[in-house]
Write a protein that binds this ligand. Structure first.
Ligand code: ADP
Length: 304
């Protein structure tokens, strides 16, 4: 029986607008190119995983509003996500990010809304369907204590647990021991270990600090420099793909979904890293967090 991936995480709708400058307090200015796109780290990672044909079950909450319809339709129809464990909550909005783009910089305000209302019963019901070896994947855009308790449930079920600590948050030692693999980018690594990872030596240094507290494996994503995996027995470094970068938004999310999807299909760690590295690089050649994923078939044509 093929393995499943359970994602506990956030679902956001991103409202984006461009402007030549930010307004002063009390001022109204004109913007342009308004667009709505689907986001949330949890939903992005699940989308990447579901699109690659892996059975992906999402645990999350949305509001009882029109944005919820948009987000759920997108996850179900475009990415084949199992949404049975997503609840609609009254009197609170679907997670929303208001993003103002000034030149190439973003100014972002997030209302987590329903993302903060997921409860442990919901996680319990979903994980009742999990088998030994299925993957439990979570980030930190939902309630932190919920993630901590859910990890315990996942370990009790003998699942393989993966945490992407984004946004970065101190992880208590009694939580680290329940994490089989921590996937972190450079800024998350610096916040959690005090070491900015650039090369094998600095990644090993960061690994020493975090694994002394009980994490079994670390997977560092290094932006254009690729990625590096370290556990007790294995060290694998994969250099970044040289692509024509258009937008790196969501690179980490597409990487994580692709890595997990490849692992549950039974591929080796090394093969999964190479695949995720290529998939994420390809996503950087398109604008938007998820928009490039569907055209991955043409990846080879885009590598210089
Ligand atoms: P995040 O998006 O979380 O900040 P990274 O910037 O580390 O994460 O990117 C995640 C992965 O995406 C990298 O490990 C790499 O595989 C790919 N990637 C990111 N930026 C580039 C780039 N400029 N060129 C090629 N691949 C990239």
């Amino acid at each position: 029986m093929s393995k499943k991936v359970f994602v506990l995480g956030s679902i956001n709708v991103d409202l984006m607008i461009n402007t030549p400058r930010l307004p002063e307090k009390g001022e109204t200015i004109l913007g342009s190119n308004f667009r709505i796109s689907m986001g949330g780290k949890g939903a992005n990672q699940a989308a990447s995983c579901g699109l690659l044909g892996t059975e992906t079950i999402f645990i999350g909450n949305v509001g009882n509003d029109d944005f919820a319809d948009l987000a759920l339709e997108d996850l179900e129809n475009n990415f084949s996500i199992d949404t049975r464990f997503i609840r609609r909550k009254n009197d609170i909005s679907t997670g929303t990010a208001v993003i103002t783009q000034v030149d190439n910089d973003n100014v972002i305000i997030v209302d987590s809304g329903a993302n903060m209302t997921i409860d442990l019963d919901q996680v319990h019901s979903a994980l009742n369907e999990a088998n030994e070896g299925d993957v439990f994947l979570a980030q930190f855009e939902v309630d932190f204590d919920l993630v901590k308790e859910s990890l315990k449930l996942a370990k009790a079920k003998h699942m393989y647990t993966i945490i992407n600590p984004a946004p970065a948050n101190e992880i208590p030692d009694d939580m680290l021991k329940d994490i089989d693999c921590l996937i972190l980018n450079q800024s998350e690594t610096e916040i959690l270990s005090g070491i900015y990872p650039e090369d094998l030596d600095s990644c090993i240094e960061a690994k020493e600090i975090l694994s002394s507290k009980g994490v079994k494996a670390l997977l560092f994503t290094l932006g254009a420099n690729g990625c590096l995996y370290i556990d007790e027995n294995l060290e694998v470094e994969v250099p970044g793909e040289r692509v024509k970068v258009v937008d790196t938004t969501g690179a980490g999310d597409s990487f994580i979904g692709a890595y997990v999807s490849s692992m549950v299909k039974g591929n080796s760690i090394e093969a999964s890293l190479k695949f995720a590295n290529a998939y994420a690089a390809f996503n950087c050649t398109n604008r938007g967090a998820r928009s490039g994923l569907k055209r991955f078939g043409t990846y080879a044509e885009l590598v210089k």
